[in-house]
Write a protein that binds this ligand. Structure first.
Ligand code: DC
Length: 239
């Protein structure tokens, strides 16, 4: 069977990471979390005192930074990691998951010059196909020719509650109302920015998983991927 490129885009808390990781596991594909790259860069900006609004310095920072996504070990996976993230060879998998870093990542990601650097990295990482990449602009910008595009969404209350539970599990003392506000604010910025905003690609399948679990959502996407594989073989394009 041919190996597809699967793009999964959607807002915060839509279940992208968990679903994409499971889809990749089920298909034997590589899972890549593009948001983790924006988060890692934002973390470095915070640590080095660069304002998340300084495009010129952030672009230089992006060029001078090595961000690598690795498959987690079974122990790391048991602790909830889906991709391990290395920032200049240092493991920052847990450090990039705070609400502060999420907000900074959303600011950093609004700059065209920063995106250019990270998109090139993402395209390199997924170049071989057989990959599930998730983010905000994967189906529109990073892999516009992806064979399967999914736009994952869920009701804002549901998305906030999922994020809140994640924070609770880590022992973060944020209230549900605080997490709701953070998620809504970040989505607004991600959807309204001028460069590569979060938008459903015209050819993306809309999956609303408000009332669906991670596994059910992943199974649906795997079914769509298998259909797509068959279509491609039939059309003589691959296989
Ligand atoms: O998916 P996430 O919550 O880890 O992403 C963190 C931020 O990074 C998100 O608010 C917007 C940005 N992002 C982006 O602009 N483009 C992507 N492909 C992935 C993430």
């Amino acid at each position: 069977m041919p190996k597809l490129t699967i793009a999964i885009d959607g807002p915060a808390g839509s279940g992208k990471s968990s679903v994409a990781r499971l889809v990749a596991q089920m298909l034997g594909y590589l899972y890549l979390d593009s948001g983790a790259m924006y988060r890692a860069l934002a973390l470095k900006a915070i640590r080095t005192g660069i304002s998340p609004d300084d495009e010129t310095r952030l672009e230089t920072l992006a060029r001078d930074t090595h961000i690598e996504l690795r498959v987690p070990s079974p122990e790391q996976e048991a602790a909830g990691a889906k991709n391990c993230v290395f920032l200049d060879a240092v493991d920052v998998t847990a450090a990039i998951r705070s609400a502060e870093v999420a907000q900074a990542a959303s600011h950093v990601a609004a700059f065209a010059k920063v995106r250019k650097v990270l998109v090139a990295e993402q395209q390199r990482a997924g170049a071989g196909g057989g990959v599930v990449m998730e983010g905000r602009d994967i189906g529109t910008v990073v892999f516009p020719n992806a064979e399967l595009k999914i736009f994952l969404d869920a009701a804002p209350e549901t998305r906030a509650e999922r994020r809140w539970k994640e924070h609770q599990e880590k022992g973060d003392r944020l209230t549900l109302a605080e997490v709701f506000d953070e998620v809504i604010e970040r989505d607004k910025r991600d959807r309204e920015r001028k460069v590569s905003p979060l938008v459903r690609a015209a050819d993306a399948v809309l999956v609303d998983n408000t009332a669906m679990g991670i596994e059910e959502t992943a199974r649906l996407i795997v079914m769509l991927a298998q259909e797509r594989e068959k279509d491609l073989v039939k059309a003589g394009r691959v296989g």
